[in-house]
Design a protein around this ligand. Structure first.
Ligand code: NA7
Length: 539
């Protein structure tokens, strides 16, 4: 594959976004190349191979809808698919649509620079190869730049260390080992029951307890699968216009409009069914603190029942932030794991972590000997994958500098000063607050249509439209309880990262409408400029 060939687009990332973008452009007769850091396709599902990794959107909904043949022929085995099955699906898609010849694996992109004269993007890789094209499309994912907590003394540790988002493909031999895991977000909560089964001793280092609901995962029954496949066209369409891109059972009432008994029954029924549908029990859980308290109290009461030792249960109960304002966790026996004799919870708020030492972790009370430390410490979400590369737009402007006070985009699709650079599920779009497959398809289709419209014309977000959009994204978030939590949605998990609510919260349906209207208007809010010699259009 030549590195200096002419392409219409360079796509960074071969996860679900990059795969579909490539397919869509190829269908339109365009040439494109995908550059992927991993040695395989699948993005987040390639890297996150930790034991217990599983999707929290139901399998029948967490899949592409663009090909009816694909959605009819693919069969999922479980209600919530595990990572290996989702990875097999991504690989199947790459094969089925003959995408592999256009994907360069083991190719980490380090920089992308816009050449104003040539009106092209040059994308540079770790090995110094360069690819250039008029369009650069970042399909780099929202949760792909992992972060390992900078614990003091970590370099002295003599055992093994792993991050959940960079788990060795061949697995890790954990049997009989003393394992410490740092982090109790979605990844930690999924990994902990599995690690506990394999380890001799498991020590869970918890800084902030999380709300988690049971998945009640189960094999998919043929009847259930058929019920979806028969109605896929209409159900997918409904999802595209829904709030989160996933079809949930939305309770029509306020949590405060029903009696305490009725509310309890509603919560119990949903808890029994399992999955994030729990949070859709009432229509005001994300906007009204008192309503939210009722759901949070319910979950705390369940933790009290599931965990036998009341002192441990108390440590596991989240307080101080509304349920759902950090991403809700969905587990398979998480709280019950703390009843096992080989599992110890270390509450870092009471027993501070002092330092890592060669033989383990030292807290203010004791030294805990460990063979393995697992970091389930999350990601530099939404912006990290983009700002870790050197992305340079007009006048030498660096994306990381432009976004120093928080990401600024128009519609989450483009950022002013970076012509012809598209972001798939970028900050300012519903992205992580949605079924990301639905958001990916919408962005890919919008971008492909835009590229067809443009011809040789260049497109760039206008400053005023971007400013207005950023304000709108913030205003929408401020009408909810979300900003009350120190979450990765807010950038709060990264020291020094500005506290800005990054995703767009008003729902994929409303957002899709807005994007479609912008395209229909001839790309209102974007500046379109024809090649030199022709007059520019300002939309
Ligand atoms: P999260 O949700 O960001 O969770 C990270 C966890 O790591 C969280 O419990 C953090 O505690 C903890 N953490 C981070 N740094 C430290 C230090 N220094 N010491 C102790 N504990 C620490 O990441 P996940 O990978 O679980 O999930 C991310 C998303 O991926 C998830 O929401 C799904 O959408 C998929 P904290 O809460 O900051 O006190």
């Amino acid at each position: 594959m030549p590195t200096n060939a002419e392409y219409d687009a360079v796509i960074v990332g071969a996860g679900f976004a990059g795969l579909y973008m490539l397919h869509k452009l190829r269908q339109a007769g365009r040439s494109a190349i995908v550059l992927e850091a991993g040695s395989g396709v699948g993005g987040t599902w390639f890297w996150n191979r930790y034991p217990g990794c599983r999707c929290d959107v139901e399998s029948m909904q967490y899949s592409y809808s663009f090909s009816d043949e694909l959605q009819q022929e693919w069969g999922w085995s479980e209600r919530f698919a595990a990572q290996p099955e989702i990875l097999r699906y991504a690989e199947h898609v790459a094969d089925r649509f003959d995408l592999r010849p256009f994907i360069r694996l083991d190719t980490r992109v380090t920089a992308a620079r816009f050449d104003e004269q040539g009106r092209r993007w040059t994308v540079e890789t770790e090995r110094g190869d360069r690819f250039d094209a008029p369009f650069c499309i970042m399909a780099t994912g929202c949760l792909s730049a992992g972060r390992t907590a900078a614990l003091p003394g970590l370099a002295t540790f003599e055992g093994e260390t792993y991050h959940t988002a960079d788990w060795p493909a061949g697995g890790v031999e954990l049997a009989g080992k003393r394992i410490g895991i740092v982090g109790t977000g979605s990844s930690g909560i999924q990994a902990i029951p599995e690690l506990a089964r394999q380890a001799d001793q498991l020590f869970v280092f918890q800084r902030t307890p999380n709300y988690s609901v049971p998945a009640r995962n189960a094999p998919l029954t043929p009847d259930y699968e058929t019920s979806w496949k028969e109605r896929y066209p209409e159900l997918r369409e409904e999802a595209r216009h829904s709030n989160s891109g996933t079809l949930y059972d939305y309770g029509p009432h306020s949590a405060l409009a029903v009696s305490a008994d009725e509310r309890e029954n509603v919560y119990r029924a949903r808890w029994q069914v399992g999955g994030p549908n729990f949070l859709r029990a009432f229509n005001d859980l994300s906007v009204d603190q008192h309503a939210n308290d009722t759901a949070a109290d319910f979950v705390r009461a369940r933790i009290g029942e599931l965990v036998h030792d009341p002192a441990i249960a108390a440590k596991l109960m989240p307080h101080g932030y509304p349920i759902g304002t950090k991403r809700i966790c969905v587990d398979n026996g998480y709280f019950e794991t703390f009843n096992r004799p080989n599992v110890t919870l270390i509450d870092l708020r009471e027993e501070a972590l002092e330092t890592v030492v060669p033989e383990g972790i030292r807290t203010c009370d004791r030294t805990i000997p460990l063979d393995v430390i697992v970091f389930a410490t999350g990601f530099d979400a939404m912006t990290g994958a983009l700002t870790r590369m050197t992305v340079t737009g007009r006048n030498g402007m660096r994306l990381a500098d432009k976004w120093v006070a928080g990401p600024r985009t128009y519609l989450g699709l483009m950022t002013a000063g970076f012509p012809n650079l598209f972001l798939i599920t970028g900050p300012g779009s519903p992205s992580v607050l949605s079924n990301v497959l639905v958001s990916i398809e919408q962005h890919v289709e919008w971008i492909a249509e835009c590229i067809e419209f443009l011809g040789d014309t260049e497109i760039e977000a206008s400053e005023p439209a971007e400013a207005e959009w950023v304000e709108h994204v913030n205003a929408a978030a401020n009408q909810t309880l979300y900003p009350r939590a120190a979450s990765w949605y807010m950038g709060a998990n990264i020291p020094g990262k500005p506290r800005v609510f990054m995703p767009y919260i008003s729902g994929v349906g409303a957002y899709r409408k807005r994007c479609a209207a912008v395209a229909a208007s001839g790309y209102e809010g974007f500046v379109l400029s024809a090649p030199s010699g022709l007059s520019a259009r300002r939309a």
